[in-house]
Design a binder for this molecule. Structure first.
Ligand code: CA
Length: 527
């Protein structure tokens, strides 16, 4: 039932919660009667509660846990009467979690993955994976060649693409790596394997064209060593991908380099063009979820809807990966408890512990994460913020853990924690390397974010943003705050939209050709 803007509306995420969030623009004044059908129905607010802030649904004793997302986000400093504003000042923050004495695989959701009869129209790859797009990838070994590759991509688009209607586009994989870096530093393994695995993304159909310079530290043989390039019909196990080296002596002048790349693209385009979309089980979807430009509604509307969508996907046998180390760190005990096995829980601890040490080396204080904007918006502390972020992952058991830049095997299904920084572009880049073929991105403040290699379905946390950015946002989860959709309904609708996009329906970012640069995570020194 739709409610007008003036109807008081509260939202609660978990049945255990003893607080709800005020959804109305401008908050609700003291004396407001919460109407039938909303959490806290019949309660009268004892004081004004700002939008996005918490109201106590029942009397809370001093020291009692304040439950949001079904977990303690703090403890009442004093007794709090039902209908009161549970402000930051009234909450004792839970003590910081160390990475010891964590619950390991103690709260594992029952295994519910089955083979869904539903399909999407995708491209089947030789290794068993599937693409949602059929893209020609031009991968690069070094930043030096980026300008040449950009011009070559433009020429391929203009001269060849009209002849190959089954190819969705041409993607130049330009990046900042390849030279001027300590390539043998232990942690250089991360950017190197990231570039290798992006080149093998399922949306490229097991094909790639390599453009190198000739004197770089990362030569083609190190980017894609023998055996890493997929075996396909007519191609042996030690096959090297086709490539162009700009310093080759047969290149005389800039045009000969461009001509060479454009000519080398033709047979790859012919092979890609022979592919057609076919019905593929939902289990071949590899959906990366992340958030950026979050607001108070991220954890109330968009992220819970994405979480429900994630559960539906995992139940259908698909893969969902969530990431963003600094956004999940303070909810670590939720993650380790949900791990499918103690070994997987240990892998979560290993990745988050590694990232703690990485931050410490940079002398960063992660307790400074919560911003004044977060607090004004109703997020009292980092625990509450983290819980609002990890709700995107739904409730399934965590089945796999990936270190930054690692790639899933096609048989690794279910919910995956792919450890990455929270930076939108770095997270997206690493999820592409992990094998993502579809991306879901939630935002409250708004961002035009997009990726060239993969469709990005952007989800607005509130209707105001969805209205203003009507040709950038793909889905409006603000309908939950408006009382027009339940979280479950929004998650179901989002899944339908995902299937349509996976089958070829273009996202707003694709229609406008908006995409961000690949940004590598390189914890190793540069020289
Ligand atoms: Ca992010």
């Amino acid at each position: 039932m739709a409610m007008d803007r003036a109807t008081p509306l509260t939202l609660k995420v978990d049945a255990l919660d003893n607080v709800a969030i005020v959804a109305n623009d401008g908050g609700l004044p003291s004396g407001t009667l919460l109407p039938a059908g909303v959490p806290g129905a019949g309660l009268v607010l004892r004081e004004g509660v700002p939008q996005g802030h918490k109201v106590a649904l029942r009397d809370l004793a001093k020291g009692e846990a304040v439950l949001r997302y079904g977990v303690p986000i703090g403890y009442a400093r004093e007794a709090i009467v039902a209908g009161s504003w549970v402000s930051e000042a009234r909450l004792e923050m839970p003590s910081a979690r160390t990475l010891t004495d964590l619950p390991m695989a103690t709260r594992v959701a029952p295994h519910s993955a089955g083979q869904s009869p539903r399909t999407f129209m995708g491209y089947r790859n030789a290794d068993g994976s599937a693409g949602t797009r059929n893209l020609l990838a031009v991968t690069t070994t070094v930043q030096c060649v980026a300008g040449v590759v950009q011009q070559a991509v433009r020429r391929i688009e203009q001269e060849w693409l009209p002849l190959f209607p089954n190819v969705d586009g041409v993607v130049g994989l330009e990046h900042s790596y390849g030279c001027g870096v300590a390539i043998d530093a232990p942690e250089a393994v991360i950017p190197i394997r990231t570039l290798r695995h992006i080149s093998l993304n399922p949306n490229f159909g097991g094909e790639v064209l390599v453009v190198s310079l000739g004197c770089e530290k990362l030569p083609p043989s190190r980017l894609l060593p023998p055996g890493s390039f997929p075996i396909q019909a007519g191609r042996g196990a030690d096959a090297a991908p086709p490539g162009v080296c700009l310093q080759d002596s047969h290149h005389v002048g800039f045009m000969s380099m461009l001509d060479d790349i454009v000519a080398q693209a033709r047979p790859v385009l012919e092979r890609l063009n022979a592919r057609v979309r076919e019905p593929i089980p939902l289990s071949e979807l590899v959906v990366g979820v992340q958030c950026g430009g979050s607001d108070a509604f991220s954890g109330v509307t968009a992220n819970p809807a994405v979480g429900h969508m994630a559960d539906l996907l995992v139940q259908a046998g698909a893969t969902v990966m969530f990431s963003e180390n600094t956004e999940v760190r303070d909810a670590v005990e939720q993650l380790t408890a949900r791990a499918a096995t103690p070994e997987i829980a240990q892998a979560i601890v290993r990745e988050l512990g590694w990232y703690d040490a990485y931050l410490e080396r940079g002398r960063v204080d992660r307790s400074a994460n919560t911003t004044p904007g977060n607090k004004a918006g109703g997020l009292s502390n980092i625990v509450e913020k983290a819980m609002g972020s990890i709700i995107k992952s739904g409730s399934s058991a965590i089945a796999h853990v990936l270190a930054p830049g690692e790639k899933l095997r096609p048989d690794q299904k279910g919910l995956v924690f792919a450890a990455t920084p929270a930076s939108d572009f770095i997270c997206g880049t690493l999820q592409l390397a992990a094998g993502m073929n579809l991306h879901v991105f939630t935002t409250g403040r708004g961002t035009p974010y997009g990726l060239a290699a993969c469709p990005v379905v952007k989800v607005a946390t509130r209707s105001d943003l969805a209205r203003r950015w009507h040709d950038l946002m793909d889905f409006n989860a603000g309908q939950i705050a408006d009382g027009r959709l339940s979280v479950a309904q929004a998650g179901e609708q989002l899944l339908e939209q995902l299937i349509a996009v996976a089958s070829g329906q273009r996202t707003w970012a694709e229609r406008w050709k908006l995409h961000n640069a690949l940004v590598l995570f390189n914890p190793a020194p540069v020289t």
